[in-house]
Ligand binder design. Structure first.
Ligand SMILES: Cc1cc2nc3c(=O)[nH]c(=O)nc-3n(C[C@H](O)[C@H](O)[C@H](O)COP(=O)(O)OP(=O)(O)OC[C@H]3O[C@@H](n4cnc5c(N)ncnc54)[C@H](O)[C@@H]3O)c2cc1C
Length: 416
């Protein structure tokens, strides 16, 4: 690791940081690799890192059509939690949360994990029943989650308005280990650590085709930078999974929707945790820069525009103003969108595919950032061993044919 004195930092700042070493090599595609990952988001970069660090595959490349972290990894609202309903999901998301808790040390890169607590509000009897069911299921699985009365919720988050609103707060679930992390740092940390282990990170390299041999197995990818041979391809292309998988002739039960978020002008620290309301369709936290980070639901229609409808963010802002009247006079700074792919049961697919040598990690919908280290870890296992890790074994494609769904619609909802 490079170390700098304050004086040398100042000197470098004044001269435009020209002498700073890049954090990863600007790799060019080689003719062949042992494994290729399509998609340079957190899940793809993380999988490459674990392939190299835990499975000793050294000839690995990540192919990214734009810049790493430029997809949903760099667009999300960074919320991390593991309080999903079903045993399979609790195992997956809590695996991720445990890895988050040491990720900065493992990568030697500060991913700025902040376990400030994630609170989910209940506004009606149905919410109370569903959320309490989650609390009990989580505790049975050893995942921390607790029920708070409305007054306790307000004590935990003083700006919260619990009574003087159309949908009064009746209580909340609180996962204290939940919180946020710095999204760019996750991409950069994995990229730097993977690069140090010999992984080629190849940006501006779009995959345009997948070639299969006479037996149907993958043998190469066609890219905007030439053909690259490989016996193993891991697809982690988030909102564009259907497009990439179609290149290999695989159709998945996915729908792609725009999802947007927005941030306010920065203010002093005022908001101590993450709060989400599925019923009112909004969630909020405060970034380390002071901006309020606000998210909404997906658009109602499928699209690849990376831009959500204005009425969706207007609705989220109305909900935020009701729940937190102190923010009514804040101005919004910017908004943006990403494309998320949704499965029918709102749980991901991390699995082998009918095409030998082709593996897929997708269907994270509105909430895959929190899973990044766990998902990448078990995806690398699946690619390296050609069999699922016990944690991702239930997250197959075949479940949509066989009916073994993992229905997390209530846990996912607007929430992230
Ligand atoms: C507005 C918004 C808010 C969100 N908030 C949260 C949240 O608070 N908490 C949470 O847990 N999750 C959240 N999510 C979801 C989360 O961001 C994603 O599930 C997660 O980041 C997906 O990571 P990934 O690595 O799979 O995909 P990405 O980061 O999208 O990476 C996929 C990459 O594949 C590349 N690619 C696509 N096609 C090709 C091709 N043909 N060739 C080469 N490369 C290709 C793309 O350029 C992209 O960089 C949010 C998403 C959005 C959009």
């Amino acid at each position: 690791m490079q170390r700098f004195s304050a004086l040398s930092l100042l000197g470098r700042a004044l001269t435009g940081h020209r002498s700073w070493a890049p954090q990863w090599r600007r790799a060019s595609p080689q003719p062949a690799y042992d494994a290729l990952i399509i998609g340079g988001g957190g899940h793809g970069l993380g999988a490459a890192f674990y392939l190299a660090s835990e499975h000793r595959l050294s000839r690995v490349a990540v192919l990214e059509k734009g810049w790493i972290g430029g997809g949903n990894t760099g667009r999300n609202t960074t919320i991390i939690r593991s309080n999903y309903l079903f045993d399979e999901s609790a195992a997956l998301y809590d695996h991720a949360l445990k890895l988050w808790e040491h990720l900065s040390q493992v990568l030697n890169y500060n991913v700025m994990l902040s376990q400030r607590g994630v609170m989910m509000l209940a506004h009606n009897l149905h919410d109370v029943q569903v959320i309490k069911r989650h609390v009990h299921a989580n505790r049975a699985n050893g995942v921390d989650n607790e029920w708070l009365s409305a007054e306790q919720a307000q004590q935990f988050c003083p700006p919260l308005n619990i009574a003087d609103i159309r949908y009064p707060v009746l209580g909340a679930a609180l996962q204290r280990r939940g919180g946020t992390a710095r999204h760019d740092a996750v991409a950069w940390g994995y990229a730097r650590a993977a690069d140090a282990l010999g992984v080629d990170i190849i940006e501006n390299c779009e995959v345009t085709g997948i070639r299969r041999d006479a037996h149907g197995a993958v043998e190469a990818v066609e890219t905007t930078r030439g053909v690259i041979r490989t016996p193993k391809i891991g697809v982690a292309a988030a909102g564009h999974t259907s497009v990439v998988m179609k290149m290999a002739g695989v159709r998945l039960p996915l729908e792609s929707y725009p999802l947007q978020a927005l941030v306010s002008e920065p203010v002093k620290p005022v908001f101590p945790c993450v709060v989400m309301s599925n019923t009112m369709h909004a969630y909020i936290s405060q970034s380390d820069k002071g901006e309020l980070v606000i998210g909404a639901g997906t658009d109602a229609y499928t699209s690849y525009t990376q831009r959500g409808g204005l009425h969706i963010s207007a609705h989220a802002l109305e909900a935020v103003c009701e729940l937190f009247p102190i923010f009514r006079r804040l101005r919004m700074l910017r908004n943006w969108g990403g494309i998320v792919d949704l499965t029918p049961d709102r749980s991901p697919i991390i699995a082998r595919t009918p095409v030998p040598g082709l593996y897929v990690n997708c269907g994270w919908g509105t909430g895959g950032f929190k899973a990044t280290p766990g998902s990448a870890h078990v995806f690398a296992w699946t690619i390296a061993r050609d069999e699922p890790h016990p944690i991702n074994a239930p997250f197959t494609i075949e479940r949509f044919r066989d009916g073994y769904l993992i229905d997390e619609a209530a846990a996912a909802a607007v929430a992230h």
